[in-house]
Design a protein around this ligand. Structure first.
Ligand SMILES: C[S@@+](CC[C@H](N)C(=O)[O-])C[C@H]1O[C@@H](n2cnc3c(N)ncnc32)[C@H](O)[C@@H]1O
Length: 403
């Protein structure tokens, strides 16, 4: 009670094209407090990515495009959507915390998007259940909880339009990365693996769980984009009504076998029982079921890159300073455009330094060598030292042994 009555200081900050009123403590402290309202300045990068994905995913011919910020906090994402994506005609803000929802309202006023905004202060599932009739559904719904999104997956899937989009954050990365495998199994229906690529496995477990919940509702998800970094995982999926595709969901799910002795890894379509590593013969451990298919819509990524390049060219011309490389998101999406996103695991360059008992090679050199030797290979956005390849561990070692 005392906490709620205390006087709090507020500051204005700039993020993207908006000005946000935020608690001063949120920008001063390393761990942003939940009172008087939650705001994480470090999440700017993932909000930047959201704007780029939503803007480039939207079908321009669609009418009445709406965005629901279902756990809005002080509205940072929704206000940016309202301001930075003019094609979105309606932004709906909901947070069961009154101070958060009120602050979101102030932020829409400051940024001149109040006229296209609605506000609610309900528990998310009761709020979204009031929007399941077809006139009321949203084109895009964002779900950004503290911790796991698992309890809310049904609600957002039931409230999104046919061929609309859901975006979901999970910050229970310890669970999804395998620190608490039993919790992961009951929340996400899958077994995680504590490996060097566990964030990618966690991302694909979240996709698999979302696809299973969707198929229970006769819906089918198609991943548009997914990424993760340290304490969060984010996925973007198109949601379509289709019994036919929902019946085929098992084609998109499978298992990873990982040998904890030598690092060998393999994709398995069916649940394997006792399997020994083909390289070192030790018993392997299994992770999954998880999403084993593509996780990026490459057309959307190419549109984003084209937009970034155009704005760089415009700014370079306007500044007269010669070529400027200004957009920090460019490199991220360049890597994503090359990533072999149908391969559900990656390797890290330093794994091979240790395995082959020599010094670590630069990532680009490793990828080039694999390609020269006839294997598809790419970097990955899941790790700055990671790479994907269709070569198996034995083939990678052989290829890199004469690098
Ligand atoms: C991680 S914060 C959201 C941050 C915000 N999306 C942003 O980009 O800054 C989670 C928010 O969800 C709200 N919340 C948590 N559980 C909720 C529930 N069951 N129903 C509605 N709001 C909820 C909290 O009050 C909090 O403001």
């Amino acid at each position: 009670m005392e906490r709620k009555n205390a006087a709090y200081e507020w500051s204005k900050i700039r993020e993207g094209e908006v000005t946000l009123l935020v608690p001063s403590q949120a920008i001063a402290q390393k761990e942003p407090p939940k009172f008087p309202a939650f705001f994480n300045p470090a999440a700017k990068f993932n909000r930047d990515i959201s704007i780029l994905i939503y803007r480039n995913y939207i079908d321009q011919s669609r009418k009445n495009i709406s965005f629901v910020d279902s756990m809005c906090g002080l509205g940072a994402r929704g206000v940016r959507v309202g301001k930075e994506i003019p094609q979105i005609q309606k932004v709906v803000f909901n947070d069961y915390d009154m101070i958060s929802a009120q602050t979101a309202k102030v932020n829409t006023i400051i940024n001149n998007v109040y006229h296209k905004s609605d506000f609610y202060t309900s528990e998310i599932c009761s709020f979204l259940s009031s929007r399941v009739n077809f006139d009321n559904r949203a084109t895009i719904i964002d779900l950004d909880p503290f911790g796991t999104p698992a309890p809310f997956l049904d609600c957002i899937l039931r409230a999104v339009e046919n061929d609309g989009m859901i975006s979901i954050t999970a910050t229970d990365t310890a669970v999804l990365q395998g620190v608490y495998p039993r919790v992961c199994y009951r929340k996400y229906y899958g077994i995680p693996l504590r490996t060097r690529y566990s964030l990618e496995i966690g991302t694909r477990l979240l996709l698999s769980c979302t696809s299973l919940v969707a198929s229970r509702l006769d819906l089918y998800i198609n991943p548009i984009f997914a990424h993760s970094y340290r304490n969060y995982i984010r996925i973007y999926c198109k949601v379509s009504k289709s019994n036919y595709l929902a019946n085929k969901i098992s084609d998109k799910l499978g298992y990873i076998l990982h040998c904890f002795e030598c690092g060998y890894r393999e994709l398995m379509k069916k649940s394997p029982s006792e399997i020994n590593c083909p390289l070192c013969q030790k018993k392997m451990r299994m992770g999954g079921p998880l999403w084993i298919s593509h996780i990026f819509e490459k057309n959307v990524i190419l549109k984003i890159l084209t937009g970034i390049l155009e704005s760089e060219t415009r700014m370079t011309q306007e500044s007269n300073l010669g070529k400027l490389d200004m957009n920090p998101n460019k490199r991220f999406f360049e890597i994503a455009s090359r990533e072999l996103d149908h391969i559900p695991y990656h390797y890290n360059s330093d794994e091979f330094g240790k395995l082959m008992k020599n010094s670590t090679h630069p990532l680009s050199k490793i990828i080039d060598k694999l390609i020269i030797d006839g294997y598809n290979a790419s970097p990955t956005i899941f790790s700055s030292t990671g790479f994907k390849t269709e070569a198996n561990l034995r083939e990678i070692k052989s290829s890199l042994s004469n690098l």
